[in-house]
Ligand binder design. Structure first.
Ligand code: IPM
Ligand code: MN
Length: 377
């Protein structure tokens, strides 16, 4: 019997977004045709393209489409074309940040794992990457300095000044810390909470509140680091981290650092959740307008984002695992997109990479399909 239909609201956005989203459609087709899923996708605009078509980065039709869906799959937003707009009208603020706030996606998971096959791409020394690393950045996504009020640019006499507010309530810190501890307990991981409690009041409350939550999870090892030290430790020995728990701004910065040391930002997915566990999934890398429409973007981060969606929003971890395995097999066989290729003459295109992963996923079905489906009820 065919499974109940699940709807994914697909928001391709700008830059390489639409190209890499196209590759996920190939995967979804295989999931429907072979893995007994019944996924229907519906596309909506967000970001720059939405500004061009509707005059706003997050049109009402996009919001209502997302509300009706089981999950959101997003490409990327922004590009130089919209840089002339005032900050609050730009695709990032009027599209992506508004969407995060609208759906209250306070919890952002960004896994940064070093692929064994791609060890040589990491900018870190071999002695360091040899130990491997697998870091899960858990970033608070709807609070802190991104959204804190007041913010603005004003004039006093003839001098302009600008200000933003880093603000966290105990409730917001507890909410994200609880999730980090639940994941850590379940997966037997340790937590490093990162703040600037030697300077910032908001960090003092952050640290105290994380300590309070930690009492409920005595089996989870917890350490605190100041953000400057953490930035250094991540490049000196990333293997010391399992879960990094941190605020919106520190998480933005440190998750890029974690991504960079894996060798390519084109490989990293992310997932964001609200309290009802409704999820949005997007690559951690940006819209990369410099390589837009050249058929060279790496679609793996987008496909891994789909895989996280299948795992968390559709509750099919075995099928997600099969997708991840297909990606690993493709990499093991030596296929590389431009960003992860050593040989700049000989690489596979965006579309070829999507086709390869699709073929390997069909092979995986032929080998293990019955097993995967029956275990993923
Ligand atoms: C990210 C991005 C966004 C952020 C931008 C595009 C607003 O850098 O998702 O990390 O700062 O959160
Ligand atoms: Mn960022």
């Amino acid at each position: 019997m065919k499974k109940k239909q699940k709807i994914i609201a697909v928001l391709p956005g700008d830059g390489i977004g639409p190209e890499v989203i196209n590759e996920t459609y190939k995967i979804i087709k295989v999931l429907n045709n072979y893995f007994n899923l019944n996924i229907k996708t519906k596309e909506y605009h967000i970001g720059g393209i939405a500004i061009d078509k509707f005059g706003t980065g997050l049109p009402e039709i996009t919001i209502s489409g997302c509300k009706k869906a089981n999950a959101i799959l997003l490409g990327s937003v922004g590009g130089p074309k919209w840089n002339f707009l005032p900050l609050n009208k730009q695709p990032e603020r009027s599209g992506l940040l508004k969407l995060r706030k609208k759906f209250n996606f306070f919890c952002n998971l960004r896994p940064a794992k070093l692929h064994i096959e791609l060890q040589n791409l990491s900018p870190l020394k071999k002695e360091i990457t040899l130990k491997g690393f697998n870091i899960l950045c858990i970033r608070e996504l709807t609070g802190g300095i991104y959204f804190g009020k007041p913010k603005g640019i004003k004039k006093n006499k003839n001098e302009k000044y600008a200000f933003d507010t880093e603000i966290y309530s105990e409730f917001e810190i507890k909410r994200i810390a609880n999730i980090a501890f639940e994941i850590a307990q379940k997966k037997k991981l340790k937590i490093t909470s990162i703040d600037k409690a030697n300077v910032l009041e908001s960090s003092v409350l952050w640290r105290r509140t994380v300590e309070k939550i930690a009492k409920k999870f005595p089996s989870v090892p917890l350490k605190h680091l100041y953000v400057d030290n953490a930035a250094m430790q991540i490049i000196k020995d990333p293997s010391q981290f399992d879960i990094i728990l941190t605020s919106n701004l520190f998480g933005d910065i440190l998750s890029d650092e974690c991504a960079a040391i894996t060798g390519s930002i084109g490989m990293l997915p992310s997932a964001s959740f609200n309290e009802k566990k409704f999820g949005m999934y997007e690559p951690a890398g940006g819209s990369a307008p410099d390589i837009q429409n050249k058929n060279v973007a790496n679609p793996i981060a987008q496909i891994l984002s789909l895989s996280m969606l299948i795992e968390y929003s559709l509750n099919k971890p075995k099928i997600a695992f099969a997708i991840n395995k297909s990606i690993n097999e493709v990499l093991k066989k030596g296929y590389r997109t431009l960003d992860i290729s050593n040989n700049k003459e000989n690489f596979v295109t965006t579309k070829e990479m999507g086709n390869l992963i699709t073929e390997f996923l069909i092979k995986e079905y032929e080998k293990n399909g019955k097993n995967i489906i029956s275990k993923d009820i």
